[in-house]
Design a protein around this ligand. Structure first.
Ligand SMILES: *[C@@H]1O[C@H](CO)[C@@H](O)[C@H](O)[C@H]1NC(C)=O
Ligand SMILES: *[C@@H]1O[C@H](CO)[C@@H](O)[C@H](O)[C@H]1NC(C)=O
Ligand SMILES: *[C@@H]1O[C@H](CO)[C@@H](O)[C@H](O)[C@H]1NC(C)=O
Ligand SMILES: *[C@@H]1O[C@H](CO)[C@@H](O)[C@H](O)[C@H]1NC(C)=O
Length: 466
């Protein structure tokens, strides 16, 4: 009586046995193993997953039964699916196995950027499938940014009409967004949307006149625009209405509010902004102006009953945030991210790590190894500080990535991050990981995922599309 589990069983049945051909009146899975007994310990199985969802699972191959939570079961079913093999007669079998499993970190995310290139709905759904194969449980949807605004807002339809690459074909409609959220829920994946402000908002401008700061060249407006204009009351009315909608659309408790890389050049050029700075006693410190905006934004989000994640600059610029804020660490320069992790957790905030996991960056050779060797808790700090690290996210920024190369660039490399966030810190032998990741990559090919090779070799299932 649990729709999430029913749907999962159907998916995995198809995944495992779709290729099954009954021979000589015998079912290829034989008779002994047609039953898998499942006990679900937690009620409320059809809700949305959350940061607090427990994901433990026990599976005993011989007794054909397991116990755990719903999210744990989705992970357990995935593990089970990876254990099934076929013998020389084409019969499915599984070796006697006993597994007690649980993740090390509760937040294991993957960021997709749908602003620098639009990703078709199907590509997002397929990514969610492969995320589940890798036991990622958070889809961080960096949905809008400077280059385009593909989110179709019901409150402000002009944003995508004027800010998307194409107002009809390159947008996510309300039903697209619902489909992503539901598809993710059925796979135990949370969807956290990011609407990054006050920077990274150029695409918002055409559909929201008066929102962005007009830049000046000398005494006159130059015709170009900068970050969101933080000195106007109308800005906060707009932001309130937009986030009211976004909070209702995305059910997760957390929103990602961005807050990174605010360029002050335009603000500095604008005489009204300079006058406001003076009036407020901010001097020449534009970080204070940024904080002024962010603080008001955070108050708005709090009043909507949501929690928030922000990029590290918000913390670096000493914005006053709620104690339960999650700080997302992404910078590698000029100081190592380990120092930032130490500072963030020392200040009492929870931290998410992404700095060493920008998978959009590629290099010749086996660059998954560097991602694998990261130890998220390797920084100076007390055990209380270490407890504040809730996990991390692999990021796939979209400057050089669209639907043509998304899957091969993500997989199996993101699997290295997934294992780091799931497994015990002691699981870090590179050679062992290579063998398992290469094998897993072959399994992905068998499941129709265009995962790229790690190194020289071959798979029994080469990519099915060829
Ligand atoms: C089962 O165990 C045997 C012996 O260790 C091994 O060769 C085989 O690959 C295993 N099969 C599966 C499906 O894991
Ligand atoms: C903006 O709002 C503040 C506080 O509500 C108010 O004091 C101020 O007069 C408003 N400014 C304008 C230009 O409307
Ligand atoms: C961490 O905090 C120390 C002490 O306040 C400071 O000197 C250092 O610059 C901070 N590091 C980062 C990466 O912000
Ligand atoms: C991680 O592995 C070590 C060594 O095998 C073990 O002592 C420890 O209990 C494990 N940690 C967890 C949380 O299971």
């Amino acid at each position: 009586g649990c729709a999430v589990l029913e749907a999962a069983f159907q998916r995995y049945w198809a995944l495992l046995f779709a290729a099954a051909r009954p021979t000589e009146n015998k079912q290829p899975w034989g008779t002994p193993c047609t039953q898998l007994l499942v006990f679900v310990a937690t009620p409320g199985c059809d809700g949305f997953p959350s940061l607090d969802s427990k994901e433990s699972c026990e599976y005993r191959g011989r007794e054909r039964e397991g116990k755990g939570t719903v999210c744990g079961f989705l992970a357990g079913l995935e593990t089970f699916s990876q254990l099934v093999g076929r013998d020389e007669n084409g019969m499915y079998y599984i070796n006697k196995t006993e597994i007690v499993d649980f993740p090390r970190f509760p937040h294991r995310g993957l960021l997709l950027d749908t602003s620098r290139h639009y990703l078709p709905l199907k590509a997002i759904l397929e990514t969610l499938d492969v995320m589940a194969y890798n036991k990622f449980n958070v889809f961080h949807w960096h949905i809008v940014d400077d280059p385009s605004f593909p989110y179709e807002s019901s409150t402000f339809p002009e944003l995508s009409k004027q800010g998307a690459f194409h107002a009809m074909t390159h947008v996510y409609t309300a039903s697209d967004v619902q489909m992503v959220i539901e598809y993710a829920r059925l796979r135990g994946i949370r969807v956290i949307a990011e609407f990054d402000t006050p920077g990274h908002t150029l695409s918002w401008g055409p559909g929201a006149p008066g929102l962005l700061t007009p830049c000046y060249l000398g005494k006159d407006p130059s015709g170009t625009y900068g970050p969101i204009n933080p000195i106007l009351n109308s800005t906060y009315q707009f932001v309130t209405s937009l986030f009211q909608e976004v909070s209702a659309v995305f059910p997760d408790f957390f929103l990602h509010l961005g807050g990174d890389e605010v360029d002050f050049t335009c603000w500095k050029s604008n005489p009204n902004i300079r006058a406001f700075m003076k009036e407020m006693g901010f001097g020449e410190d534009y970080k204070k102006l940024e904080s002024f905006y962010i603080q008001r934004l955070l108050d708005i989000i709090s009043s909507l009953g949501k929690g928030y994640i922000v990029w590290q600059e918000v913390f670096d610029n000493a914005v006053k945030v709620r104690p339960d804020t999650i700080i997302h660490v992404w910078k590698e320069n000029p100081t190592p991210y380990t120092e930032e992790m130490a500072n963030v957790t020392k200040a009492g905030y929870r931290a998410l790590l992404s700095a060493p996991w920008y998978l959009n960056r590629i290099s010749y050779g086996q660059d998954w190894m560097a991602a694998y060797q990261v130890e998220p808790l390797k920084f100076e700090g007390s055990s209380e500080q270490k407890d504040r690290v809730i996990g991390g996210e692999a990021c796939m920024w979209g400057e050089y990535v669209d639907v043509t190369n998304l899957a091969p660039r993500l997989w199996p490399r993101a699997g290295a991050v997934a294992e780091r966030l799931w497994s015990n810190a002691t699981v870090r032998d590179l050679q062992d990981a290579y063998v398992r990741l290469a094998d897993f990559r072959c399994k992905l090919l068998g499941r129709g995922v265009q995962a790229q090779p790690l190194f020289v070799g071959y798979c029994e299932n080469e990519f099915a599309g060829f």
